[in-house]
Structures are given as structure tokens and as C-alpha cells.
Design a protein around this ligand. Structure first.
Ligand SMILES: [Zn+2]
Length: 318
């Protein structure tokens, strides 16, 4: 009985232990004018054997190869004591760390100059991030929870729009630093969660028990957005009426992430609890076309956008 109890306690401890060791990503922007982001990814409590770090080859919903490793450079790995570790390149998409002592922090830069639903864009106006284009992940650790920190670039007061769960924002009374903290239950949810970090204007409305947020980065006016949102709300209500109910959005809301900027590429990409919509046109110049994308992307709430996707994992697991 006592042995069984001890075994049970050990089991409970190991379960808690597992849940308590999230993979941590830190994004910072020391030189946004040069269009790169500094990423720190920390993996702890690692099993014995090589740590296989990978960049994705594709992205959820974008059914084509993009080989995001091509934009990654200045890659270094360190152990828990800050000593640099040896990395090898088994293929163009990966970095292996053979000897690590159970903890690895990978540090690298990633270049991004494309505002769309596939890549990332870093500049002095925002950081527009599609996760598969930005993060290095590790084979076998998909089920671990993930914590993401975004550091405010010097002199900026950017806001974040994302379907990630918000743990802390600089506006929180408890916040000690100029940073945002988010979490995802696992790698798959993180990969499906784009982030717009910039001077976004956020509006929200409710339909029944559901909350919808519209986060816009644009060059137009607040009055244009408010008028535009009346049409967005009509679309949301009508599509809800077609299906008879809305899905339950896990973060407590669904978020439209829109970048209507002269330097954006035209795109729309659905995600589980959000969508990214990018266009070079403005509300003033292309209202109907932009609403067309809103209507298309929001239909994915019921069609494709909330199904489990498995193609972003990159090279086949051995
Ligand atoms: Zn933006």
C-alpha cells in the first residue's frame, strides 16, 4: 500500500513536473529598421539524446513549401550555464545539439519583410508575425505548453493582437517591465497563432454570447474604421445565421487581424480563433474588396479553420 502510494505520489509529481516546464520564446527588436527580429528559445528538462531544432517548411492553411530556415541566421545554442554548445546541420532546415546537459537556449535572428499570412515583417511601423516563419521548434516536444514574451522596441508603445492567451501586458498593474507575455497550450496552437504587434486600433462587438475583436493597422481614420465595422458586424451576424451557431472560441473571443497598408501584400489566412487579412488598399479605396476577404475568412470558422492540421511539421519524423 505504501509503495503504491509512493508510486502514485511520484506519478503526480512527474505529471506536474512536465506541465511546469514550458518552452519559452522571447522576441525582441533591437533594430526594427533593418527588418530582423531576435529570437531566444529555451528548452529545459530535456531527455537524453540530441535536441533536434527545426524551422518549419510550410505554414497552417498555406499549402505550399516555403522553407522558412532560409531567413534564419546568426544561430547559437547555449547550455544552462551560458556556455556555447556545438550545433550541426543535418539538413537545410535543422540544427542538432548533441550534448546539452538537459537545457538549451537557442538564439538567432530572423529576417522578415513581407506583410502577408505566410511570412513575417519587421519594420519601424510594426512586427507582423506568422509563427512558422519565426520560431525554431524541437522534435518530440510538441505537447509542452509554450510561453511567449514580446519586448517593446525602444521608444515604441505598440499593442498586440493575437489569439494567444494573454498572461500579462505592460498595462497590467502587476507588470514590472515593458513587455507582453502570452501562452499556448502546445506547439500546434502556437503555430496557428499569428501576432500583430504595432499601433493597432482595437474594436470589439458581441453577437449573443460571443465576442469579436477587430484589430486594425492602417493609414486611415478611426471614423473610417467605425463605419467599416458596421459592415463587418453584419457579415458576422449573417454567417452565424447560416450555420445557426458560432464555435466556442477558446481565448474567449475571435480576432480579426487586419493590415491595410500600402506596403502589404494582398492575402487572407484563416486560423482557429483569428484570421490575418492584409491588403495594399485602404478602407477608403477598396472597402468592398476588403469586406469580401472578411466574409471569406470568417466562413473558415466552420470550414477548415478549426480542423486539426498536420502539414506544418516540416521534415518527416524519424
Ligand atoms: Zn501591422
Amino acid at each position: 500500500m505504501r509503495r503504491a502510494l509512493i508510486a502514485l505520489m511520484l506519478l503526480a509529481t512527474s505529471v506536474r513536473f512536465d506541465a511546469a516546464s514550458p518552452i519559452r520564446y522571447r522576441f525582441s527588436f533591437p533594430e526594427p529598421q533593418h527588418r530582423w527580429m531576435q529570437v531566444e528559445a529555451t528548452f529545459t528538462e530535456l531527455p537524453a539524446g540530441p535536441l533536434e531544432l527545426r524551422m518549419s517548411r510550410s505554414s497552417p492553411g498555406r499549402y505550399s513549401l516555403h522553407d522558412f530556415a532560409k531567413n534564419v541566421y546568426d544561430v547559437h545554442a547555449f547550455d544552462a550555464g551560458g556556455r556555447e554548445l556545438i550545433t550541426t546541420r543535418p539538413d537545410p532546415y535543422g540544427w542538432n545539439v548533441a550534448a546539452h546537459g538537459g537545457s538549451v537556449t537557442a538564439k538567432y535572428k530572423v529576417f522578415g519583410d513581407r506583410v502577408d499570412g505566410t511570412y513575417l515583417a519587421i519594420d519601424t511601423t510594426h512586427a507582423h508575425i506568422n509563427m512558422p516563419a519565426a520560431i525554431m521548434w524541437a522534435h518530440g516536444l510538441d505537447d509542452r505548453p509554450v510561453a511567449v514574451t514580446l519586448e517593446q522596441p525602444a521608444g515604441m508603445r505598440w499593442q498586440v493582437a493575437t489569439q494567444l492567451h494573454v498572461d500579462r501586458s505592460p498595462d497590467d498593474a502587476k507588470a514590472g517591465g515593458d513587455r507582453y507575455e502570452f501562452s499556448a497550450p502546445n506547439l500546434q496552437y502556437l503555430m496557428d497563432s499569428p501576432v500583430e504587434f504595432g499601433p493597432v486600433v482595437m474594436r470589439q462587438f458581441t453577437v449573443g454570447p460571443r465576442t469579436f475583436r477587430f484589430a486594425l493597422h492602417h493609414t486611415g481614420t478611426d471614423a473610417e474604421l467605425d463605419s467599416y465595422l458596421k459592415d463587418v458586424e453584419k457579415i458576422v451576424r449573417q454567417e452565424g445565421a447560416i450555420y445557426g451557431e458560432f464555435p466556442e472560441y477558446e481565448p474567449g473571443h475571435y480576432t480579426f487581424l487586419a493590415d491595410y497598408l500600402p506596403y502589404a501584400s494582398g492575402d487572407g489566412m484563416e486560423h482557429r480563433n483569428s484570421t490575418v487579412m492584409t491588403a495594399s488598399g485602404s478602407i477608403a479605396s477598396a472597402r468592398t474588396l476588403l469586406l469580401d476577404t472578411v466574409a471569406h475568412e470568417f466562413f473558415h470558422c466552420w470550414n477548415v479553420g478549426r480542423q486539426v492540421r498536420g502539414i506544418w511539421c516540416g521534415p518527416q519524423r524519424r
